[in-house]
Design a protein around this ligand. Sequence first.
Ligand code: IPD
Ligand code: CA
Ligand code: CA
Length: 264
Amino acid sequence: FIFALKTERIMIKDILDIAGIAGEIIRNGFGKNFQIEFKTNEKNLVTEIDKKAEKAILDFISKKYPAHNILTEESGEYKKDSDYLWVIDPIDGTTNFAHGLPIFSISIGVMKKDEIIAGVVYDVMQNVFYSAEKGSGSFANENKINVSDNNKLGLGVLVTGFPYNIAENPDNAFERFETLTKKARAVRRLGSAAIDFCYVARGVFDGFWEVSLQPWDLCAGKLLVEEAGGIVTDFSGNEIDIFSPQILASNKKIHQQMIDGLKV
Ligand code: IPD
Ligand code: CA
Ligand code: CA
């Protein structure tokens, strides 16, 4: 037990270190010339910097935690026989990064069996490290953060994002956007789901929803919101795991009002 605890304690510092190393690669690449490729379509990009940052993260983990499983956005799964799984998005907000908009992050979550035990989201250009360990609260750098106290959707500022197949309007994304834009004070769209979670965790936004996320978009952010006193479910209020595409994160107090607003 002591050994297990120790491993987890060491891990958060390591995750912060990895994020810092990858962050430097990304900051140095920002605004420069880099190769861009299309993935599923021409909205869905990957740059040479995403790949470089991911490689640096993978090198670090395979040296320090060679037995652990890893799941990354750009190179997929590295399966070992371990209870631990690292879930990594080297740049969350690649469209922003590729177009010179300084809103993007690195997202690293760590699971032990079915539980997210640690998460770090590094807001690279603001130089803020968001971190959480299960049961220990959420932090922005060394400051503890909490979700907002607001209990009225009409007074709330929300955030959302759209998937790369938005032209097909999956899961009534536009209808839901319209309803919540009318009901809330405002809805923003920043382009980095991981940062959206962090802003719910620190009470900037009261809620965040998205129709179709991937495990690497949400693993770290989910823990950050929960440890800051918020809740993350699907659009019906059911508990979710990291493979659930639908996510609704809020300060808890406006959760039911958001569920009602997301009904189609
Ligand atoms: C995307 C961003 C965006 C969200 C998309 C994600 P990527 O991740 O988080 O905010 O709306 O659904 O796919 O592709 O920049 O890592
Ligand atoms: Ca992402
Ligand atoms: Ca990404």
